[in-house]
Write a protein that binds this ligand. Structure first.
Ligand SMILES: Cc1cc2nc3c(=O)[nH]c(=O)nc-3n(C[C@H](O)[C@H](O)[C@H](O)COP(=O)(O)OP(=O)(O)OC[C@H]3O[C@@H](n4cnc5c(N)ncnc54)[C@H](O)[C@@H]3O)c2cc1C
Length: 557
């Protein structure tokens, strides 16, 4: 396509060869673009960000389908991942949330198991996933510069000059910052938003551990064991994560990712080592201690400062920041890689077009910045609302629906778009249809209004103008009024891997799912909703469930 001769001249210079730089580099190289990936480290190397969601996997499938790179899709499917990539990843069958109060043992009625769909998701052992993707980019023709640190970038009318610690100058017509939280370009161009506009405050401690038993949750009424999920132990203004890599039948990995995220305004940083600080939190929560007290770290703990950061803009003339270089909120709900793949998808067509026409007009990239900023604000409100809600279980029970409603509907819309696109190759199916979304071009059109209203209620509780019970009731009431147009198409489910080959989904089953979703998302007392579809959707059992008898009739149909 657009190559030139010099070994130091490229169409695109990608700063950082992590997950985003390598995925983008793979597709660009596949399209004949001369691309350099400059990575200061060497693979395999540690990286955090391990838990995928159906939204992540569907976007990866779309990327693979649209740009003809099926090897990228291997990382989205546990079986394909084990066969083609590595045997060090774990399984995520559902999101698990257990609620804890200091000094009290866990009440099994205060847990949630929310299925990731019929298809399992992944716990990526990132060092192996990132290495695979980096090598994939190289196989497709990207030029790797390993152990090469970018030290400076200058962007002019004709392109960018990238300086490295080896004294080289690399020229590129377009530059992408994929350096993650180091976000070198944002610093260089003065794009960091200081102080950040983000409301949420958290810092984190994390490591990889061995000897982590499954959480027991004594007397749990939940149908699945607690080690088949990304497990969140939530408490007032904080949460622990437990992400097993050792729970896939063919996994050769004994490690479990363990972390703790908390609001430093509520829990000021003590003068302790990260491990001592972590153990101090275990002392507060006896049931979490029951699971993690004997666990041993196998790598040094990482202890961060405040995690939140943002940028004033993420695209401009001849540059774009990847999602993690543009901003970050919190690992809660595993939204980081969703945003990462979303931005790669948003960038590819305008970038390929600009390279082909040599027209790098900023306007063609402006929508990417709008997407980044609104996604960041959505993540901020979502996590901030969760931290607020954790002072009261009923409020958390309500707030969880705010996340689930948007997420599940967006996943179904995206799944249908992927199915239609695969069948027709018609771009119209995957073009944004929602005019003013808050977090995804695939979200339900009514969700933005619902979300803003829910944020208003939770913040009213935080401001002290509304008791928790009333805020929770308002949010359930909002959910009850929701139209809930769940679109479900069995061919699309098959393309997405949500139905296995040979598995059938009758129209009446689809209708059952549709009705049951509506019910699950609006009733505070739901449990084991889709026992028949194995992992599709399971909810909490806070109190004896008045609807359960009706539901079992529904399920018998
Ligand atoms: C604590 C934590 C937990 C998370 N958990 C999840 C999760 O469970 N699920 C999820 O979806 N997301 C999660 N995320 C987000 C996820 O980590 C990111 O979305 C993802 O890693 C972004 O990938 P990336 O390639 O853009 O950045 P990174 O993975 O950070 O890669 C950046 C690369 O750039 C290189 N680099 C940096 N500076 C330079 C330089 N000057 N020169 C050359 N190379 C350089 C680095 O060596 C690195 O390889 C989490 C994030 C954090 C902080």
């Amino acid at each position: 396509m657009i190559c030139r001769d010099s070994a130091r001249e490229f169409d695109v210079g990608i700063l950082g060869g992590g997950l985003s730089g390598s995925m983008l580099g793979t597709v660009l190289a596949k399209r004949g673009v001369k691309v350099a990936i400059i990575e200061e480290d060497e693979h395999p190397r540690f990286a955090v960000g391990e838990s995928t969601t159906p939204h992540t996997s569907l976007l990866i499938s779309l990327l693979a389908e649209k740009y003809g790179v099926p090897e990228i899709e291997h990382v989205a499917y546990p079986e394909r991942l084990a066969e083609h990539v590595c045997t060090s990843a774990g399984l995520k069958r559902y999101f698990g949330f257990c609620y804890h109060r200091p000094g009290e043992t866990y009440d099994p009625a205060e847990g949630f198991q929310i299925g990731t769909a019929s298809k399992d998701e992944n716990h990526w052992f990132r060092q192996d996933i990132d290495r695979y993707l980096f090598e994939l980019a190289v196989q497709h023709g990207a030029v790797p510069m390993r152990k090469t640190r970018v030290t400076g970038v200058e962007i002019g009318d004709q392109g960018a000059m990238i300086e490295t610690d080896k004294g080289e100058v690399i020229r590129a017509r377009y530059v992408v910052d994929a350096t993650g939280y180091k976000r070198i370009l944002a610093r260089r161009l003065g794009l960091r938003e200081t102080p950040t506009r983000l409301k949420h405050h958290s810092r984190t401690l994390f490591t990889h551990m061995v000897d982590v038993p499954a959480f027991q949750g004594d007397g749990s009424p939940m149908p699945l064991p607690w080690d088949l999920c990304t497990l969140h132990h939530c408490f007032e203004r904080g949460w622990f994560w437990v992400i097993p890599f050792n729970n896939h039948p063919v996994s050769t990995n004994t490690l479990v990712s363990v972390g703790l995220t908390m609001d430093p305004r509520r829990y000021p940083r003590p003068s302790l080592s990260p491990e001592q600080e972590f153990r101090q939190f275990l002392d507060r929560f006896p049931s979490v201690a029951g699971q993690l007290a004997g666990a041993k770290a196998v790598r040094p703990w990482v202890s961060t400062g405040r995690l939140q950061y943002s940028t004033t803009r993420s695209t401009g003339r001849r540059y774009c920041l990847m999602s993690h270089a543009s901003g970050f909120v919190d690992p809660l709900f595993s939204r980081g890689m969703v945003n990462t793949v979303e931005i790669i998808l948003a960038l590819l067509d305008p970038l390929l077009n600009a390279l082909a026409t040599d027209d790098f007009d900023e306007e063609a990239f402006r929508h990417i910045d709008r997407l980044q900023q609104r996604v960041l604000d959505y993540n901020d409100n979502l996590v901030n609302g969760s931290f607020i809600s954790w002072s009261d279980f009923d409020l958390w029970n309500a707030w969880l629906r705010v996340w689930a409603l948007g997420t599940i509907l967006a996943e179904f819309r995206l799944m249908n778009a992927l199915g239609d696109y695969t069948e027709t190759r018609d771009d119209r199916h995957i073009r944004p249809t929602v005019q003013e979304p808050v977090f995804s071009d695939f979200e339900d059109p009514d969700y933005a209004a619902f979300f803003r209203e829910a944020v208003r209620w939770i913040e009213a509780f935080e401001a002290g103008t509304l008791p928790a019970s009333e805020a929770a009731a308002h949010i359930f009431c909002l959910a009850d009024q929701y139209e809930f147009p769940a679109l479900i198409n069995s061919e699309a489910m098959r393309r997405a891997g949500w139905l296995k080959p040979g598995q059938r989904m009758s129209e009446s089953n689809i209708n059952l799912v549709r009705r049951s979703f509506r019910w699950a998302l609006t009733s505070p007392h739901t449990r084991d909703l889709f026992g028949r579809f194995e992992t599709l959707c399971r909810w909490c059992n806070h109190r004896p469930d008045p609807h359960l008898a009706d539901l079992s009739q529904l399920v018998q149909q």
